[in-house]
Design a protein. Structure first.
Length: 216
């Protein structure tokens, strides 16, 4: 069976909000620089990966030694079994972290996630966006062949990503923006998402980067 190659990654807003909440909660109780979790969703026939939901996974690492890291494998297995019982249509499609860039140990973590799904995607979410760009970067792994004959190694290949939502999700984000008192990071995220939706309804073919209009 040929390996599935993602052509695009669509991230639902509930995933972004969950990741930002995960990041803010752990930042208050410790000095962890990034958080890690699992992405659930489905593959479309066109190769588009639809990321509909997510959950956090206990993770720790030694920033001075990239080879030293811990991801709770048992917790991941238990959560995966539970989600399969609750919603058989959605399964693990990859993982996320809050970067904000690729880390040296990401390939090793990616290989662990690959035990739960074929060709997972990695979505890096910038939980503290400072510019108008899309707060996500998506990747998948490929085999890198070396000219000197040394064994192949895994590396990351970038794939296009975008924020996608159904109408009910758009309404939900706008509702949160109006009624909830949130941390400044979450508030900025909600403003960006709300701006994306209001523009995309009238200009759905515009490049996604152009849709992220600052309202801060």
């Amino acid at each position: 069976m040929p390996v599935k190659v993602p052509t695009r990654v669509v991230v639902h807003p509930i995933v972004l909000l969950s990741v930002v909440d995960h990041f803010n909660r752990l930042r208050k109780i410790g000095n962890q620089k990034r958080v890690v979790g699992v992405l659930l969703g489905s593959w479309r026939a066109s190769g588009v990966v639809d990321v509909a939901t997510s959950y956090a996974v206990p993770f720790d690492e030694d920033e001075r030694e990239p080879s030293v890291w811990f991801l709770d494998h048992n917790y991941l297995e238990n959560m995966n079994a539970m989600f399969r019982k609750v919603n058989a249509r959605e399964h693990i499609v990859g993982w996320y972290h809050t970067g904000p860039k690729l880390h040296p140990n990401d390939i090793a973590i990616h290989e662990l996630i690959a035990k739960f799904c074929a060709n997972p995607v990695l979505v890096i979410v910038d939980a503290k966006p400072r510019d108008l760009g899309l707060p996500t970067d998506a990747y998948y792994s490929v085999e890198e062949v070396h000219d000197d004959g040394t064994p192949t190694t895994k590396t990351f290949e970038h794939v296009a990503s975008e924020i996608g939502a159904e109408e009910a999700e758009e309404v939900g984000v706008e509702h949160l923006l109006r009624l909830h008192s949130l941390t400044s990071s979450n508030h900025i995220f909600l403003q960006k998402l709300s701006a994306v939706y209001s523009v995309s309804r009238t200009c759905c073919h515009t490049n996604i980067d152009e849709l992220l209009i600052s309202t801060v």
